[in-house]
Design a protein around this ligand. Structure first.
Ligand code: ADP
Length: 490
C-alpha cells in the first residue's frame, strides 16, 4: 500500500484539516493500492486563500518568466513521464501501452503553453484622432480545476497549462477515483520552483465534498471542468451564486461516418481502435459507427474479427491492449447498457460479458463489445456508455449520414471516411461538432482547439484559443487633448 497522506497547499505538504484518508482502488484487482488524503471545505478554503495571495505577484510576473518556469516543469515532466504513466495505469486501469504514448507526449503540451505565456497581447482600436483606445488582457484570477478519472494527467494539463500561461493561479481537485498522479504533478511543480500558492492540489469528493466547496468558494473566479453533463449542471447551479466563469468539457457520442468509397482497412483501423481505446472511457471516441449500406455487413464482420484479437488483461502488462474499466460503478453502468441494447433489439455480435479466467477475477474487466443493427433512436446510440461498446448503424446516402450524425444531444468530435474530396468537405462542414476528423481519427494536438458544441460543453482547450477563457479584456481610452467640454455651459 502506497501512502499519500498530504495535500499540496501554499507550496507545502500538509495533512487535511477536515478531510480524511481514503483508499484508492486498483481496478485490475478491485483491491486498494494507495491511501490518499482527501481535503474538506477547510482545506479548500486554505488552498483558495493561498491561490488568492499568490495571484497578484504571479499575474504581474513578466510572461517570459512564467514561460521559463513552465519550461522547467516540462523538463521535469518529461523525465517523470514513464513513472507517471505507470501510476496512472495503476490508478485508472488504462493499458500501459496507451498511457505511455499519451503521457509521453505531454511535455510537448507544457512547452506549447509555455510559449503562449508572453503572447497575451491586446489590440489598438481606431476611433477618432483625439483618442487612443487599446485593450490589454488580464488573467481572470483564481481557477478551480476539476478533473475526471479517465485521463487525469491530460485533463490537469489542459487546464493548468493555459491558466498558468495566462497568469492565473490554480486549485486542482482531481477525481476521487484517481487522485494519485495529480499529487505527483504537484511534486513536479514544487521541483520546478513555482512560487507557493500558484498551484495547489486538493484531492477529495465531488458532491458534498472538496469539489462542491471549490465551486462555491467566493475566492474562486473560474471553474474549468471536465466530466459528465449531470455534474456540470450541479456545478453551474452552485457557481451561479458567485457568478463563476466556466469552461466545460462534457460528454460525447461521436459519429464515425464511413462511406462505401473509403479506404476500408484504414477506416476499420481507426474505428475499431477508437471503439475500444481507454476501454471505451473517453468522450472523443467514435461510439456511433455509421456505415454505408454496401459495406455494412463487411464492417460488422471486420469489427467482430478484430474484437476477438483484442487482448484484455492486466493493464501494466506491455502486451495488454485493453485494461479494465476504471471503477466498479462504471463497469456496472457498461454492463447495464449492454442489457439495454439487447432489450432494445440491437444484435449483440461480439462480447457483452465479463471475460472469464482466474487472472482477471476481481478486476473490473469487460469484453470488447459489438452491437450491429443499431438504430439511432436506441438508448445505446443516444446515451454515453463510457464502455468498450461499438454501435454499428447503417445508412444509405450522404443526407442520411449527416442527419444521423447530428441527431444527438452531443457535439464533441466526429469522423468522416471517404475518398471523395467534395463529399469530405460537404459532410465535415455540416456535422455539428467542435472537431471533425477526415480520413483520420483522434488526432489531437496541443495546437488545435478541442471542445464541444450542444451538450458537449463550453469553450475550447488546446490551441491559442485555450487562453481565452482565462483572460479578461481590459479597455483603456485615452484622450490626446485632455479637454472635456462643460456639459452645462449652455
Ligand atoms: P464521471 O461521471 O466521469 O465520473 P463526474 O462528472 O462525476 O465524472 O466527475 C468529474 C469530476 O467532478 C470529479 O473530480 C468529481 O469529483 C467532480 N464532481 C462531481 N460532482 C461534483 C459537484 N457536485 N461539484 C463539484 N465537483 C464535482
Amino acid at each position: 500500500m502506497v501512502e499519500y497522506p498530504h495535500l499540496f497547499i501554499n507550496g507545502a505538504w500538509v495533512p487535511p484539516v477536515d478531510g480524511e484518508l481514503v483508499e484508492s482502488i486498483d481496478p485490475s484487482t478491485g483491491r486498494p493500492w494507495a491511501r490518499v488524503a482527501f481535503g474538506g471545505a477547510g482545506d479548500i478554503d486554505a488552498a483558495v486563500r493561498a491561490a488568492r495571495a499568490a495571484f497578484g505577484p504571479w499575474s504581474r510576473r513578466p510572461g517570459h518568466e512564467r514561460a521559463a518556469l513552465l519550461r522547467k516543469l516540462a523538463v521535469a515532466y518529461e523525465a517523470a513521464a514513464p513513472e507517471l504513466a505507470r501510476l496512472e495505469t495503476t490508478d485508472n486501469g488504462r493499458a500501459l501501452r496507451e498511457t505511455k504514448a499519451d503521457v509521453g507526449g505531454h511535455a510537448n503540451s507544457w512547452y506549447w503553453y509555455a510559449s503562449l505565456a508572453d503572447k497575451n497581447s491586446g489590440r489598438t482600436i481606431p476611433i477618432e484622432d483625439a483618442v487612443l483606445a487599446f485593450t490589454t488582457r488580464k488573467p481572470v484570477g483564481v481557477v478551480g480545476a476539476i478533473t475526471p478519472w479517465n485521463v487525469p494527467l491530460m485533463s490537469a494539463l489542459w487546464k493548468l497549462g493555459p491558466a498558468l500561461a495566462a497568469g492565473c493561479t490554480v486549485v486542482l481537485k482531481p477525481a476521487e477515483h484517481t487522485p494519485v498522479t495529480s499529487l505527483e504533478l504537484a511534486r513536479l511543480f514544487e521541483q520546478a520552483g513555482f512560487p507557493p500558492g500558484v498551484v495547489n492540489v486538493v484531492p477529495g469528493w465531488g458532491a458534498g465534498g472538496a469539489g462542491e466547496s471549490l465551486v462555491a468558494h467566493p475566492g474562486v473566479n473560474k471553474i474549468a471542468f471536465t466530466g459528465e453533463g449531470a455534474t456540470a449542471r450541479a456545478i453551474l447551479r452552485n457557481g451561479a451564486e458567485t457568478f463563476k466563469r466556466f469552461t466545460l468539457e462534457l460528454g460525447g457520442k461521436a459519429p464515425h461516418v464511413i462511406f462505401a468509397d473509403a479506404d476500408f482497412d484504414a477506416a476499420m483501423n481507426a474505428a475499431t481502435g477508437s471503439a475500444w481505446a481507454l476501454c471505451g472511457q473517453s468522450c472523443a471516441l467514435g461510439a456511433r459507427v455509421l456505415v454505408q449500406r454496401p459495406i455494412y455487413a463487411r464492417a460488422v464482420e471486420e469489427f467482430t474479427r478484430r474484437a476477438a484479437r483484442v487482448r484484455v488483461g492486466p493493464p501494466l502488462h506491455e502486451a495488454t491492449h485493453m485494461g479494465p474499466q476504471a471503477h466498479a460503478e462504471q463497469l456496472a453502468k457498461t454492463l447495464s447498457y449492454i442489457e439495454i441494447g439487447k432489450r432494445e433489439g440491437a444484435e449483440l455480435v461480439f462480447g457483452g460479458a465479463r471475460p472469464g479466467g482466474d487472472a482477471l477475477a476481481g478486476g473490473f474487466y469487460v469484453q470488447p463489445t459489438v452491437f450491429a443493427s443499431v438504430r439511432n433512436d436506441m438508448r445505446i446510440a443516444r446515451e454515453e456508455i463510457f464502455g468498450p461498446v461499438a454501435a454499428l448503424i447503417p445508412f444509405d446516402d450522404e443526407d442520411e449520414a449527416v442527419a444521423l450524425a447530428n441527431d444527438s444531444s452531443y457535439g464533441l468530435t466526429a469522423g468522416v471516411w471517404t475518398q471523395d474530396v467534395g463529399r469530405a468537405l460537404r459532410v465535415s462542414s455540416q456535422i455539428e461538432a467542435g472537431m471533425v476528423w477526415v480520413n483520420t481519427y483522434r488526432y489531437i494536438r496541443w495546437s488545435t482547439p478541442y471542445g464541444g458544441v450542444k451538450q458537449s460543453g463550453w469553450g475550447r482547450e488546446n490551441g491559442t484559443e485555450a487562453l481565452e477563457p482565462y483572460l479578461d479584456v481590459h479597455t483603456t481610452i485615452i484622450s490626446k487633448t485632455g479637454k472635456f467640454a462643460d456639459p452645462y455651459a449652455t
